[in-house]
Unconditional design. Structure first.
Length: 143
């Protein structure tokens, strides 16, 4: 679908399109955080890279929404707009998939090893850290 000259995936919810267009047209005035996941179940994938920034769009004959790292960036990665399950700006949640669910995150300490602190997501190791502070900082960012 094409909205205001920007091409979005046909399965992207209208509410998500509207939000992305508002942020794109605002002249990159507000930073957002995108949470990507399964569009059918609402399950968050816990993506941590290339999910924060400003909304722009590509140039060329087919213009797609981009996530720009800084306000002054002239290029960025294309957004998987049909996989957005949650959008936040600052501490405010702007959009949440009707079935949104994030994996249960728990910090565990293992004895020995180079990375003695693990974060488990629904019981499976998802991330490992050298210090407890690193693990807690990551948990704060993801929660």
């Amino acid at each position: 679908m094409i909205v205001n000259g920007t091409t979005y995936h046909d399965e992207t919810p209208q509410e998500v399109v509207k939000i992305l267009e508002v942020f794109r047209q605002s002249g990159r005035s507000a930073k957002i955080r995108l949470y990507l996941g399964d569009a059918k179940t609402g399950k968050d994938w816990l993506e941590e890279h290339d999910v924060e920034g400003y909304i722009g769009r590509s140039t060329g004959s087919v213009k797609v929404p981009l996530l720009l790292r800084m306000k002054t960036s002239s290029g960025g990665g294309a957004i998987l707009d049909h996989c957005i399950v949650k959008i936040k700006s600052g501490r405010l949640t702007i959009y949440k998939h009707p079935l949104y669910n994030a994996p249960e995150l728990k910090l565990k300490r293992n004895l020995g090893g180079e990375y003695p602190y693990e974060v488990k997501a629904d019981g499976q190791t998802h991330a490992a850290f050298k210090t407890e502070e690193q693990a807690r900082r990551w948990l704060r960012k993801m929660e």
